[in-house]
Ligand binder design. Structure first.
Ligand code: NAD
Length: 260
């Protein structure tokens, strides 16, 4: 029970990677708030955790909306009395060649990935700065925080931006005992990735099998997908780490696709 007594707010936790982190944190003793734009799915995930003996609530939150983020964060503190861990994880993918990339899609991508990270951080920090009690803020980056791929201009730009945000927070938050990291997964077979397999096949003029083998796993050391459990265990390690020696880091979990 490495997270006994801790309270975690996880955005985009009704599905995929965020859902697995919420389950792992609840098993480690944390009370978890599953914040998602899809409230019904967030509540269903919270109910599953409660059925397994954990503490959880579902919270409606569109991370691009400042009022919704502030209200949702406040609701978590009202429910559980404090906030120790923020996982800024909500995200989507829109693939298209740069020359055709719609400006409206670009803005949507930056709003969810970058504005969402900023707004949730800003809402969480006052609770963590209170009496310098501290906390952990983890951003869900990607190998695309370090590498580029065709068709992903908005995603690559947004995921690179998270490294900068994290490093500023490491400096500003340090004196308040707040530490922060970016987790950078390789490809994980969540709905976000399933959707882009046929999309990439169409844009690149190759088969879906080739997208998986060459585009998604071609640079890994063993041709293997990263799993939601791999990412959740990394998030657990970082939140449970016993000192502030580890802060401002990018941790890549990708079967060796990108080596720092
Ligand atoms: P997913 O589609 O399974 O889950 C994303 C969740 O975010 C969904 O529950 C969705 O409802 C929620 N969401 C979308 N827009 C939102 C908004 N505006 N406000 C609040 N919630 C919103 O996707 P996933 O693969 O689990 O992705 C989670 C994060 O991991 C994303 O930031 C993604 O970029 C990142 N990531 C994923 C992979 C991968 O291969 N799957 C790899 C690296 C990084």
């Amino acid at each position: 029970m490495q997270l006994n007594g801790k309270v975690a707010l996880i955005t985009g936790a009704a599905s995929g990677i965020g859902k697995a982190i919420a389950e792992t944190y609840a098993k480690a003793g944390a009370a978890v708030a599953i914040a998602d734009i899809n409230l019904a799915a967030a509540q269903a995930s919270a109910d599953e955790i409660k059925a397994n003996g954990g503490k959880a609530i579902g919270v409606a939150m569109d991370v691009t909306n400042e009022e919704a983020v502030n209200a949702g964060t406040k609701a978590v503190v009202e429910a559980f009395g404090q906030l120790d861990i923020l996982i800024s994880n909500a995200g989507i993918q829109i693939v298209s060649p740069l020359v055709d990339y719609k400006f409206s899609d670009w803005k949507k991508m930056q709003a969810i990935h970058v504005d969402g990270a900023f707004l949730t951080t800003k809402a969480a920090l006052p609770y963590m700065y209170q009496d310098n009690r501290g906390g952990t803020v983890i951003y869900m980056g990607s190998v695309h925080s370090h590498e580029a791929s065709k068709l992903k201009s908005a995603y690559v730009a947004a995921k690179h931006a998270l490294l900068g945000l994290c490093r500023v927070l490491a400096k500003e938050g340090g004196e308040h005992n707040v530490r922060t990291h970016v987790i950078c997964p390789g490809f994980v077979r969540t709905p976000l990735v399933e959707k882009q397999i046929p999309e990439q096949a169409k844009e690149l003029g190759i088969s879906e099998e080739q997208v998986i083998k060459s585009v998604m796993l071609g640079n890994t050391v063993d041709g293997t997908f990263t799993t939601v459990e791999d990412v959740a265990q990394t998030a657990l390690f970082l939140a449970a780490f016993p000192s502030n020696a580890l802060t401002g880091q990018s941790i890549v979990v990708s079967h060796g696709w990108y080596m720092q």
